[in-house]
Design a protein around this ligand. Structure first.
Ligand SMILES: *[C@@H]1O[C@H](CO)[C@@H](O)[C@H](O)[C@H]1NC(C)=O
Ligand SMILES: *[C@@H]1O[C@H](CO)[C@@H](O)[C@H](O)[C@H]1NC(C)=O
Ligand SMILES: *[C@@H]1O[C@H](CO)[C@@H](O)[C@H](O)[C@H]1NC(C)=O
Ligand SMILES: *[C@@H]1O[C@H](CO)[C@@H](O)[C@H](O)[C@H]1NC(C)=O
Ligand SMILES: *[C@@H]1O[C@H](CO)[C@@H](O)[C@H](O)[C@H]1NC(C)=O
Ligand SMILES: *[C@@H]1O[C@H](CO)[C@@H](O)[C@H](O)[C@H]1NC(C)=O
Ligand SMILES: *[C@@H]1O[C@H](CO)[C@@H](O)[C@H](O)[C@H]1NC(C)=O
Ligand SMILES: *[C@@H]1O[C@H](CO)[C@@H](O)[C@H](O)[C@H]1NC(C)=O
Ligand SMILES: *[C@@H]1O[C@H](CO)[C@@H](O)[C@H](O)[C@H]1NC(C)=O
Ligand SMILES: *[C@@H]1O[C@H](CO)[C@@H](O)[C@H](O)[C@H]1NC(C)=O
Ligand SMILES: *[C@@H]1O[C@H](CO)[C@@H](O)[C@H](O)[C@H]1NC(C)=O
Ligand SMILES: *[C@@H]1O[C@H](CO)[C@@H](O)[C@H](O)[C@H]1NC(C)=O
Length: 673
């Protein structure tokens, strides 16, 4: 088909030779290029300079531009592309082109200034020698392999942008890049590059951006990098860099983004960094940095929006001068050794939306909240394992405010007191984690009236009394009126992808395990259709397991172990098709374990510690007199489970003959198979 069209066009072009304005050599080459790709492009005109994506010189009609970005093209590159000898601009970005580039493709393309092959599926290695006038070279987001070809700088000393990112380049970034004396942008992130940073970086004084994240680069950041005065973006995160930050890093006065997180850097933050008045983003988390944070004077960083120093060994008080960075929207100091109190001046951070101070040694949680309630934009507040052994701030602390708060964590602080009423006023709160504290008293009735809450974690406290039936009113667990998408809140770059996913894909859940709750399990919980996790384990609940829980069609995990529940396990629970974890161990349940559905997958540990339970997977057989319930009209025959349940357990009574029949059938089936 393609060949026919090709021949036809050649014939056509011969018939109309006199009206052709485009150069015949180029015409033939382009035909080949277009025939290597699909879907077919518009080349109805006899003048190839009129074809889609083509431009020519005016005087001799030579093709200079071939630009077909984002056209959903697939196929590969024809070797004839290399014959378009006047080509200056090649842009095939954002297509589905694949395969290796033809050998010696660029040998005759002496005029090429721009090559953009980004976002395709090209593979193989690249040979850019013979290129002499390149300005822009972008091969990012493909599957190229081999070393990154820095010989390109020798041939094309006027290169301004080099983008090798998101491929499978490996090996070291050797000497050679220093020859690119006009280079402004150098990107090679998300490859498997190793070795040290190039030694001749400091010669590239024109550089504005160095972006090499997510490789295996090691060794120190050479101090000579501070000679790159025009550098605005320095991204070396997620590598294996070690040693200290260059002491004179403050000489990089144009720096806006410094991302060095997730390396093995040690030492302190050089005071000179506080001279980088253009800094907007400073990410240093997951390193071995330390020192007194209060010794740093942040006051010059008026444009700073995001600072993440988490998971290092910073100590001392939170610096007062941080409050002077009025543009701050996100501050993460979690997982350090900070002490003292939150400085009162933080109340003036009016743009602050995200604050994480988890895992530190701060004190006075009541005062901290009183200060932070003034940050009206605060949406995310992580304070778990941040305070220790204090009293839960209560309503006497005047905690109105927090009207935009969506996530509040105060877990693992050993806080005493009751669940305070001020929380009831947080109409936007979606996630509340008060786990691992010493909170006593009842579960307040108003929790059921919180309009947005869909993750409630009260695990391991001293909560007592009954679980109020009003809990079944939690709107965000009943209907999908509130979005459970927390991702727009997050500043994704604050987290490594793994942690990010863990935090922001929280399943809707009620976690009330390890408390002293008593009474029966309210059947109203069955209304919370969107629940994915229900943990009531290790309390004093008694009575039966409500059959209404079978309405929780999204439930993946149900834990009721370690209570005093009695009666049978409702058979309808076998209708919960997503239930992958079920635990009722250590109760006082009786009768036969339901069969079918997910119940065929649960192990002994889900049921042990109930002396009166019987049936699979327990070793205890049920008494033979017991009758299986007669299936109601319109319901599935419960014995259907036999078809795939080929253990040696055979039900007696009603199901016996059905079962026998099934076994015979299954036997014949297998013989025939
Ligand atoms: C193909 O291009 C020619 C001009 O080059 C134009 O007149 C014609 O409308 C185009 N056809 C389609 C289907 O786009
Ligand atoms: C290639 O085309 C895309 C889409 O129009 C454009 O965004 C990109 O800047 C072009 N590449 C170059 C190097 O000009
Ligand atoms: C390379 O192309 C991609 C799009 O495929 C773009 O996002 C990126 O900014 C380009 N690189 C440079 C240095 O312009
Ligand atoms: C990478 O390329 C694919 C198409 O090949 C595109 O869908 C995707 O958005 C690109 N990714 C980036 C980060 O540009
Ligand atoms: C390149 O990709 C093609 C499929 O598009 C495959 O057949 C070929 O083996 C790959 N070559 C290399 C060097 O990976
Ligand atoms: C830093 O780079 C300079 C210049 O290339 C070199 O002489 C020096 O040895 C390097 N220092 C370290 C610690 O690598
Ligand atoms: C740095 O940037 C300024 C302003 O864009 C420019 O005038 C200057 O030439 C650049 N310096 C170098 C060494 O490229
Ligand atoms: C930093 O780490 C290097 C090894 O990477 C080590 O030699 C040096 O002593 C460390 N410095 C500090 C201050 O811990
Ligand atoms: C910050 O810059 C000022 C003026 O440019 C200079 O005097 C001071 O020494 C610098 N501070 C540090 C710590 O480098
Ligand atoms: C802290 O950083 C280390 C080393 O980068 C990493 O292994 C660890 O998972 C991080 N811990 C947290 C809580 O982020
Ligand atoms: C830390 O702050 C407390 C008050 O909260 C103050 O008493 C103490 O002196 C400060 N310590 C340092 C090292 O600044
Ligand atoms: C909630 O409680 C569980 C214990 O069941 C704990 O492991 C988890 O980290 C807590 N936090 C969140 C946000 O779920």
């Amino acid at each position: 088909m393609l060949i026919l069209r090709f021949l036809f066009l050649i014939l056509l072009s011969h018939n109309h030779q006199q009206v052709l304005s485009c150069n015949q050599l180029d015409h033939a080459s382009l035909l080949s290029v277009y025939n290597y790709i699909s879907p077919p492009l518009n080349y109805s005109s006899t003048d190839c300079c009129q074809w889609e994506g083509i431009s020519c010189t005016t005087h001799n009609s030579r093709v200079t531009i071939l630009s077909l970005p984002g056209k959903h093209l697939s196929g590969s590159i024809s070797p004839f592309l290399g014959k378009l000898s006047f080509l200056t601009h090649l842009n095939l970005s954002k297509n589905h082109l694949s395969g290796p580039l033809p050998p010696a493709l660029f040998h005759n393309l002496k005029h090429l200034k721009t090559i953009d092959l980004s976002s395709n599926q090209f593979n193989g290695s690249i040979d850019p020698s013979f290129l002499h006038n390149l300005i822009t070279y972008n091969v990012s987001n493909n599957s190229f392999t081999g070393p990154i070809p820095l010989s390109i700088c020798k041939g094309s000393p006027f290169l301004e942008a080099l983008d090798f990112s998101m491929n499978q380049f490996n090996g070291q970034i050797f000497h050679g890049i220093g020859e690119c004396r006009k280079l402004k942008v150098f990107r090679a992130g998300f490859n498997t590059l190793s070795g040290w940073l190039p030694q001749d970086f400091h010669r590239l004084t024109t550089l504005m951006e160095i972006s090499l994240p997510n490789n295996h680069l090691s060794g120190p950041i050479n101090s000579s990098i501070v000679l790159l005065h025009n550098l605005t973006i320095l991204e070396l995160h997620v590598n294996e860099l070690s040693g200290q930050l260059p002491p004179d890093i403050g000489l990089l006065s144009n720096l806006e983004q410094l991302q060095l997180h997730t390396n093995s850097l040690n030492g302190t933050i050089p005071p000179s960094l506080m001279n980088c008045s253009n800094l907007k983003t400073l990410l240093l988390r997951n390193n071995f940095l330390g020192g007194e944070i209060s010794a740093l004077d942040f006051s010059i960083l008026q444009r700073l929006q995001v600072i993440d120093l988490g998971n290092n060994s910073f100590s001392g008080n939170i610096s007062n001068s941080l409050c002077l960075c009025r543009s701050l929207t996100a501050v993460r100091l979690a997982y350090n050794e900070l002490t003292g109190e939150i400085p009162p001046c933080m109340a003036s951070l009016r743009s602050l939306a995200h604050l994480s101070l988890s895992n530190n040694y701060l004190s006075n949680v009541s005062r901290a909240l009183k200060i932070l309630k003034n940050c009206h934009h605060l949406a995310v507040l992580f304070l778990s394992r941040c305070f220790h052994d204090e009293v839960m701030p209560d309503d006497d602390d005047g905690l109105n405010g927090f009207q935009n708060l969506q996530i509040l964590t105060l877990g693992g602080c050993q806080l005493k007191g009751e669940i305070p009423n001020w929380i009831a006023k947080l109409r936007k709160l979606k996630v509340l984690n008060l786990s691992y504290n010493k909170i006593s008293g009842p579960i307040p009735i108003w929790l059921g009236a919180m309009p947005s809450l869909f993750v409630l974690n009260l695990t391991q406290n001293f909560l007592s009394g009954e679980l109020p039936h009003q809990i079944g009113g939690m709107q965000a667990l009943i209907g999908d009126n509130t979005s459970s998408d927390l991702s727009h809140l997050a500043l994704p770059f604050l987290f490594d992808s793994l942690q990010y996913n863990r935090l922001f894909n929280l399943p809707r859940g009620l976690k009330l395990g390890h408390n002293s709750l008593s009474g029966s399990i309210p059947e109203e919980i069955g209304r919370l259709k969107l629940l994915r996790v229900l943990d009531l384990s290790n309390n004093n609940f008694n009575g039966g397991i409500p059959g209404k829980l079978s309405n929780l069609v999204n439930l993946e995990k149900m834990d009721m172990s370690g209570n005093r529940l009695s009666g049978r396990i409702p058979e309808v629970l076998s209708e919960l098709h997503f239930l992958s974890s079920f635990n009722v161990a250590d109760n006082d349940l009786e009768g036969e374990i339901p069969k079918g559905g997910q119940f065929d997958t649960f192990s002994v540990t889900s049921f042990e510690g109930n002396p009166k339970l019987c049936g699979y997977p327990l070793m205890r057989r049920c008494p033979e007199v017991e009758m299986r319930s007669i299936p109601k009209e319109g319901e599935e025959d419960p014995d259907e489970s036999l078809w795939y349940n080929n253990d040696n357990y055979v039900p007696f009574g009603m199901g016996y003959f059905v079962g026998l029949f099934a076994v015979i059938l299954a036997f014949c089936w297998r013989r025939n198979a």
